[in-house]
Structures are given as C-alpha cells and as structure tokens.
Design a protein around this ligand. Structure first.
Ligand code: ASP
Length: 582
C-alpha cells in the first residue's frame, strides 16, 4: 500500500501512530526552521511538518508520499475548520512521485478562481478542488440510490443501442457515418424511447437505464449535447403507478443523499392550472405571486381598450408582489412594458401602494375606485405592487409568466430555498408548429391521448386533446417527463396521421414499432428524468456543467480535448465523405 490513511482521516485518537499519507501539496509555509505542508487528496487536508534538515525540493501540486508520526498540534495552532485540524504528521521520510515542471494555470487551493473556460480547459486541475469533486461524488450517490431503489422494486437495467436510427424527441440527431455501408448513417439516440417500448413488448415489464442521450440542439445557456437520463418503463400499469414509483424513487434519493424527507404526497397540478396561475408549465412555486383574474373589477371601467378586450372574451389578470414598492421604479416598469410588447401585448399596467397608502402607477387612471376592490381581493398591504396585463388569456399568461420569472431571478433569490417537488399532468397532446405548418406531438407521438378528448376533437380542434402525460417539476425545472404509451398499432397509426405523416414516412420511421405492436403489446408507460439537472438541484448549483465531470461549453465544444475537430482525408475517404463548401 502506498498509503495507510487518507488526508481526511487522522484524528486526535491517532496521535502516536506511524502513518503513510499520499497526495498533492496544496500549500507550503516555510518558517525557516520548519516547513509546514498542507497535503491534499479528495478526502481532505492534513498538515505535515518537515524539519529544516530535509533536502527534498518541494513545489505546490507535487505528488508526494509522506511517512511520519501523528502528533497533537499545540493548542494555539489547532484548526477548527479542518476535521484533521487537531493533529499534524511529523515527516520522517518523503518521496516525490512527480513534480510539476512549470507553474499550473491555476492552483486548486486558492480562493480566486479563473474563468470557467480556463477551468474546463484544465478540468483535471479544477476537479482537485474539493467543492468541484464533491459534486461528482454526489452524482454517483444519486445514481447509486436510483439503481438500488429501482432494483429493489424489480426493475432490470438494460443497455440499449447507441448506434441506432433516429428517435424523435423533437431535436436534431447526431449522425455517425457508416464505413461498411457508405452513404448511410447511424443516429445517436435522443432517448431509448422505442427500445424501452420494445422491451415491454418482450415482456420485460420493469425496465430502467441510466443512459446517455444525444440531442443536437441549438445550445442554450445550460444545455449539453450529451446528457444523462434516468429512463424508466413499466407494463400493466396505470398513470398512477408510474407517478408512485417515481415519487418513491425521489424520496429514496433525497433521503439517501441529503438525509431529507420529502413530505406528504406530491401535488398534481394540471397543465391548464399551471399556465393560468403561473404562466409556466414548470413554475417555481416558492416565489408565490399567483395570478388572479380581476376582469370583474374592470367591468364598468371607463377605459375602452380594456372593455374591448373583455367584450371579446379576454381577461385582465395580474399578480401582487409583497413589499416591492420601493423597487418598482419607472425604469423597471418601462423594462417590463417592453417584455410585454416583445411577447405581443400592448404593455403592462401596474400600481404600487406606497407608505401611508398613497398610490402610484400606470394603472391608476383606469382604476378609479376599483383598486380598492383589487386590493381587497388580493389582501394587498402597504408597500405591495400589483402588475396587470390585458388581452387573450393565453397571451396574458405568457407575459405575466415571463415577468414573474424575471422578477424572481432578479429580486427574490432569497425565497428560493428548500425543495418544491410536484407533478404537472394533462398536457395538450398536440401543439401547432408554425415552422412545419402542422400539429406535432407536445411530448412525443407514442403518448396515449385522452381517449374521450380524441373522439370529441380529432376532427375539429387537435389543440383541445389532452395527453396522458406528466412532468415532474422541482424548484422551477422540468426534471422529468413521461406518459402512458399507445400500445395498439391502429391507434398509433391514427396519431401519426393526425400529425400529417404520410404512409411512406410512417413505414420508414416507425414500421418496426407498428409491426411489433401487431404481435401482442401490453399496456405500458414510463418516464425519463434528467440526472444532470436532478444532481444540480440537489447540489444547489445553477449550472449542470458543475455536476458533469467533463462538460462541454454552451457552444458545444470540449475545451479540454478540442472536440469537435477535423479528421484526416484518409478517414473521410473510408466513409466516402467529402467536406465541401456550402
Ligand atoms: N423519452 C422521453 C424523453 O426523453 C421520456 C419518456 O416519455 O419516457 O423525453
């Protein structure tokens, strides 16, 4: 053994023991007569004392082995911030395994860190920092808790292919050219969706996989082209069964990893309720600020824009923000007005209750005495602000939702503590794609529609058909989504047709699924949860890059390896691929 203890292990009971430690030199303090070294590994830091006679040349971040004896630190040098802070090791022998040949781009032991780009370029140094490495370890603990829980419930982990055919989750595929069949391509899976359904057809009635998925999306700030899902599918179950298994799994994870009990049964909110109350299908409810319809208060208002909207079936809605009047400046109001305009409304109205119940704001002139009614309806008090929007209900929801989000991010991060976990159910089955000029599946086309809705609206208004789908939302993030699936070839074909897929497209893309359904398929359903986001929430960090060992930047580049990169001519020739201009 090259060590007897880790650098996080020695305590006062170990005084007098002969030990061997190994690790990186975090810091050196040279006091002339003696040198103090902070030796670091992933478990912690231990102070080592070297006598002045030692001739070994040491540098920060050298990797060394130290043999010595544990002794109690003098009272005044005890470090209460370190678990090993009551002891130190008096070195008798020191062996240098390797020493940096030049200065490091940054030192993990320093509090001032370089930019994220530099940290990702040298991620192996970045991960020497305990805070960075601990998140990777929490990730392991989460994955382990998931595996243990699901295995204990009879789920079987099955690997599905990475080199496969396109699986439609609504993003672009990453393609891999085939050398043996030039001109053809594998697609990397956007999810194992079709394979997990085929496993249900095989009779493996409880499947899971912690699996990498690939989506070639235009990267937004916190997306990764490859990400990991906890993918689950089960047969002979109702929607309720999937929700319960997922809920119990999350309870187990929070308990195991954080020692925390998620209390009570998780709320189930409908999609319509969320949109009407928070203007989002993944609201952060910790912020409060629920929308209230105050159309009634404007019924007799002498304001033709509002009365016209109301006559046409529109609404006046808004939300109160407690203790915000001092922050509600003209400048902020103008900014929120612009947000509303960019989303298609004329602007917002607002009023603030200043000290002594004096009122201010753009809504006042139209409210006359009605603001009293509004204030009562919303139990508003001094210093509160009320923000209103007028228009079609769906547009008002979107605008207020965006404003709520902006204000939440900027002013109310102190409310974002603890965990708010709940379900959103009854999403619309289809949404209209302006780009494709047809209805597309809101979740994916294998989702079971609400059959009553389907009968009622399939020939009139597809947007009214609800899906048997569900999302799990934690702290304002959609952490997972899933659905009961279609298990009948005829119904599946009908749904494809409603999405205007041609017979030819159906055959090429999904022929194998429809064929499998003809040979006996059980009712089934499932869910996939984003492991990266779940771990980020558990670690209380905003970026999923922090919980991925080697993440890519937001432009899809790996700063460490330089991927994606050009390949040589010979490789391209083997694939019969020519890289041309436009
Ligand atoms: N495959 C879906 C997704 O990746 C999740 C599911 O329906 O299970 O979003």
């Amino acid at each position: 053994m090259l060590r007897t203890h880790t650098c996080g292990e020695l305590r006062i009971q170990d005084v007098g023991k002969k030990v061997i430690l190994a690790g990186w030199i975090d810091r050196i303090r040279d006091l002339g007569g003696v040198k103090f070294i902070m030796l670091r590994d992933r478990y912690g830091l231990t102070q080592v004392v070297l006598s002045s006679e030692s001739q070994v040349e040491l540098r920060r971040e050298s990797v060394v082995q130290i043999e010595g004896v544990v002794r109690e630190r003098p009272k005044e040098t005890i470090n209460r911030d370190l678990p090993t802070g009551e002891v130190e090791v008096v070195a008798e022998k020191i062996t240098v395994f390797s020493s940096p040949i030049r200065d490091l781009p940054f030192y993990p032991g320093e509090t001032k860190l370089p930019s994220e780009d530099v940290r990702l370029r040298y991620r192996y140094i970045d991960l020497r920092r305990k805070e960075a490495m601990d998140k990777i370890i929490v990730r392991h603990n989460v994955a382990q808790a998931v595996r243990n829980y699901l295995s204990s419930q009879g789920f079987v982990e099955v690997e599905t292919p990475f080199l496969t055919k396109s699986t439609p989750e609504g993003a672009r595929d990453f393609l891999v050219p085939s050398r043996l069949k030039p001109g053809t391509f594998y697609a990397l899976p956007q999810s194992p969706q079709l394979f997990k359904q085929l496993l249900m057809v095989s009779g493996l009635d409880r499947y899971f996989q912690i699996v990498r998925c690939f989506r070639d999306e235009d990267l937004r700030a916190d997306r990764q082209p490859e990400f990991t899902q906890i993918d689950i599918e089960m047969s002979f179950n109702t929607r309720e069964d999937v929700l319960q298994v997922t809920e119990s799994m999350l309870r187990h994870v929070f308990k195991q990893v954080l020692g925390l009990e998620l209390s009570g049964k998780l709320d189930r909110l409908t999609y319509d309720y969320c949109m009407n109350t928070y203007g989002s299908d993944k609201p952060d409810r910790r912020l409060g600020m629920e929308f209230k319809d105050v159309s009634d208060c404007f019924k007799d208002a002498n304001y033709h824009i509002v009365s016209n909207v109301l006559i046409q079936g529109g609404v006046v809605k808004g939300f109160a923000i407690n203790d915000f009047s001092e922050k509600m400046t003209r400048k902020l109001a103008d900014e929120l007005d612009e947000v509303a305009k960019s989303l298609g409304l004329g602007g917002i109205m607002w009023f603030a209750v200043d000290q002594n119940d004096t009122l201010r704001g753009s809504a006042l002139k139209h409210l006359e005495k009605n603001y009293k009614e509004i204030m009562e309806k919303l139990s508003m008090r001094a210093k509160d602000v009320f923000i209103l929007a007028v228009g079609r209900n769906s547009s008002v929801n979107i605008v207020l939702g965006e404003i709520r989000k902006i204000l939440g991010e900027r002013f109310f991060s102190h409310l974002k503590t603890g965990f708010d976990v709940f379900w959103v159910i009854d999403f619309p089955m289809f949404e209209y794609s302006e780009e494709e000029n047809r209805f597309v599946a809101q979740h994916h086309p294998f989702t079971m529609p609400n059959l009553e809705d389907l009968e009622k609206y399939k020939d009139s208004d597809l947007s009214k058909i609800r899906a048997q789908s569900y999302d799990i939302v934690i702290n304002g993030f959609e952490v997972g989504s899933g659905s009961v699936r279609i298990h009948n070839a005829e119904l599946q074909r009908e749904v494809f047709k409603l999405m205007q897929l041609s017979e030819e497209e159906i055959r090429i893309k999904f022929g194998f699924l429809l064929e499998a359904f003809q040979y006996g398929a059980p009712p089934h359903g499932g869910i996939a949860l984003g492991l990266d986001r779940l771990v980020a929430i558990i670690c209380n960090v905003s970026s999923i890059r922090d919980v991925i060992a080697f993440p890519k930047t937001s432009s899809g580049v790996c700063p460490l390896t330089g991927a994606p990169d050009v390949v040589n001519e010979r490789q391209l020739k083997e694939f019969k691929i020519k890289v041309g201009g436009d």
